[in-house]
Write a protein that binds this ligand. Sequence first.
Ligand SMILES: *Cc1c(COP(=O)(O)O)cnc(C)c1O
Length: 437
Amino acid sequence: MEDRNRRIRKRALDDEEHGYSEKTHLIHGRFQNTLWDYSHHVVPPLSSTVTYRLDTSVRGAKGFAQYGQEMGEDESPIYIYDRLNEPTRGMLAQNLAYAESAEVAVCFASGMAAISAAVGVCAKAGEKVLAHHVLYGCTFSLFKNWLPRFGIKANGIDFTDHELLRENLTSDVRVVYFETPVNPNLHLVDLEAVVKTVAEENENRGPEERIRIIVDNTFATPYCQRPIEFGVDMVVGSLTKNIGGFGTDLGGYVACSRELKPALLGFRKDFGGVPSPKSAWPILVYGLPTLSVRVRQQQQTALKVARYLEEKQIVKEVAYPGLESFPQHELAKRQMKDYEGLFAPGTLLYFALDDPDGSLGGKLIDYIAENAYSITMAVSLGQVKTLIEHPYSMTHASMSCEESASHLVDPGGIRLSLGLEKGEDIIHDLEEAFKAL
Ligand SMILES: *Cc1c(COP(=O)(O)O)cnc(C)c1O
């Protein structure tokens, strides 16, 4: 055991000294603790046990007492019960923290479980969540339908208007929440500007009243953008999408500073949104290590398809942060960068047809659903297969049903998540669908 610990320490040191790249880290993980005999496995083990043998009641009590606390580098955790802690999920969390440039990460059963926990530990009854007005449909529904039942108010405004944001930071606000790029329209929110505005307000507040900024990084993935580096407090994300990458498992995560970890683990333990190790494992073994190659390839295809769509008469708007015509292109170049500092505009695009009566979008998607080989009509995103969907009637139906928010999702808008097929094949299938309109 001692030998092993020494070896692990040495690897941790090597890691720091040589400064291996993030791309390499996503493949090899961290060697900084003794969660498992990692040094003898080429592929991390998939552990599957609901409960753990606790040699003595003293050890059991110690396990409960240390749950959620940060451990020393050489200390092995005392595992008790799967819902509390287990090694596969723990290794995934470590790699995610690294990927997001955060001190720690906590994994959840889904992106929504992660979002519920992040908001749940930052706001309580009588306090308020201020969100950008366009959100992923289920997040919108969580804020609109469920938080108020716990006495937490939620309000949506346009975060691209910094003055409006400042005016809305009332004394009851505890959370400022947004996605960038926004699902589905790919609008960007300026990370630096929001951090500055909230920091100014926080200067006048005590620790209990402090506002925390939570950013949903699902669309960009940490490969294209690391909001923690801009000073946000928490990053939330869905592992189901491009980090998992293959569309086989649900998962979510919160990445943040060390001080927030005990609350997140406590919330997860008692609300129960814990991912099964059988779901964490493929994300750890297949998803994260291949994230950079997949995203790089998908990005190239996204730009190619975006340029193709831009030339189509019938397309009135193409939103892709990588296009020079994208209204926030300069902002995109500032905040969306890969680990090597190269511009990384992401793998999703959004377009709207010149479609005054709103019938052509549905027709295009239906044609694709029935005839296209390289494009699949389905919700979700960030898979090896290219996926197309209609946000107004599908992923964002909860917003379009809401009278006050219905104008924020365009009935003619179409979301396209690029996969790993050859770009020309995707363009061919789109061209056939346009011809059939
Ligand atoms: C899909 C998605 C989520 C929810 O993730 P699940 O893993 O499906 O719970 C949250 N935010 C965004 C932006 C998403 O696209």
